[in-house]
Design a protein around this ligand. Structure first.
Ligand SMILES: Nc1ncnc2c1ncn2[C@@H]1O[C@H](COP(=O)(O)OP(=O)(O)O)[C@@H](O)[C@H]1O
Ligand SMILES: [Mg+2]
Length: 259
């Protein structure tokens, strides 16, 4: 391997537009819709915590999906520009598969149902490590630890379908932590959690930062992440502000977020 600098995430002039399929009779025409992201440039250094802020529909989730390869590997559209994960271009290179990225970049999606795959909580947490061939005793210890850490002890053998929204969120966070990827992307991970659950998540992020992980979080309650290295304001699919939290005027955020 080269001794090249290992920058976790570099986004270069990224523009993405979803496609809309319109059916009339037997004909399906695909029309382009206005871009959800336009000309995004971002470099995220190792060990930093970045909070993505922006009104609903501004493109935060779309950006997360581009960083994790879901766009354009699973969700197609018109994509221009580049996304590099540890120096490797993933958006234009069709030989890069999502499964290859899972040990480098973990993703807690806004909709937990989309990523729960197994029929018990413990099996679901174990799913990733099992696929990456971790030895069974290690998996057992890791799963037990994460179940306890996420307060899911009483639910270890429960079918995830029967969990509350907050429990599902804690389960998906555990699933990503189990893979110990260098980069973790959390898209509104605490939206269904109570104050205690949110505070616990903030502590987890602090621990991950201390461990040198690179973290991207989409969260409306961004003020709890005042220790972040950067707050990035996304507006109409563009970066409208990008600075350390203390350098971003509160009035700007309040105006943009209608709070
Ligand atoms: N699967 C999709 N197909 C078509 N348009 C979409 C899809 N997902 C999101 N969009 C549109 O892309 C824009 C950005 O959405 P999104 O990234 O979900 O914003 P945010 O996460 O900031 O609320 C919105 O206009 C939204 O309607
Ligand atoms: Mg979103």
């Amino acid at each position: 391997m080269s001794t090249e600098k290992r920058i976790p995430i570099e986004v270069r002039n990224l523009t993405f537009a979803y496609e809309r399929d319109e059916k009339s009779g037997t004909e399906t025409t695909t029309t382009a819709v206005p871009p959800a992201l336009s000309g995004i440039d971002l470099t995220i250094e190792s060990g930093t915590v970045v909070v993505l802020i922006g009104p609903s529909g501004s493109g935060k989730t779309t950006l997360c999906k581009c960083l994790t390869g879901i766009i354009p590997k699973l969700i197609k559209g018109n994509l221009d520009g580049e996304v590099l994960i540890f120096g490797r271009e993933i958006a234009q290179d069709s030989s890069v598969e999502i499964s290859m990225l899972s040990t480098q970049i973990g993703f807690v999606m806004q909709e937990p149902d989309h990523q729960i795959v197994m029929t018990t909580v413990e099996d679901d947490i174990a799913f990733g490590p099992e696929n990456s061939m971790m030895p069974s005793p290690e998996i057992r210890a890791l799963v037990d630890h994460l179940i306890a850490d996420m307060g899911l002890e009483a639910k270890a053998e429960t079918n995830p379908n029967n969990l509350s929204g907050g429990e599902k969120q804690r389960l998906t966070v555990a699933g990503v932590l189990a893979m110990e990827p260098e980069i973790m992307v959390f898209d509104e991970p605490v939206s269904s959690l109570d104050a205690v659950g949110k505070a616990h998540f903030v502590e987890i992020v602090k621990e991950l930062k201390a461990a040198g992980k690179t973290i991207i979080i989409v969260e409306h309650d961004y003020e709890v992440f005042d220790f972040a290295d950067r707050w990035i304001l996304i507006k109409d699919g563009r970066v409208a502000a990008d600075a350390i939290p203390s350098a971003i005027p509160k009035t700007l955020l309040e105006r943009e977020l209608w709070r």
